[in-house]
Design a protein around this ligand. Sequence first.
Ligand code: CO
Length: 134
Amino acid sequence: MSAPDRIHHIGVAVVDLDESIRLYRNALGAELVHRAASETEGLEAALLRVGDGEIELMSALREDSPVGKFVAKRGPGLHHVAYGVTDIEVALAAAREAGLELIDAEPRIGLHGRRVAFVHPTSMGGVLTEFVET
Ligand code: CO
């Protein structure tokens, strides 16, 4: 069965990454797990653990990057929901079979070193959806 086994993380677009990491630490006791930047994607992201869940904070490195455009259009806030899957190829095949429009036809390596792929929000009721291979 190819169904995701859990919600892997929630992606949040922020303006100031350092300030947001502080906020999540102070307000929720979140623990910084990983932090990385991607020039290609024009973003910097921090993965924080809250209990047994994770939050991914993302800030734009450039205004014309996808996260930069998102923040310019909608302001900071909820950006995507990521589901953990054991086999991303199987998950993508199932998504295709279900008629979902994939942003990534093939898995790619995400910022945190795992294979990921995104599903277009129009296929998921307005929610940008990510699969993460766990
Ligand atoms: Co993500």
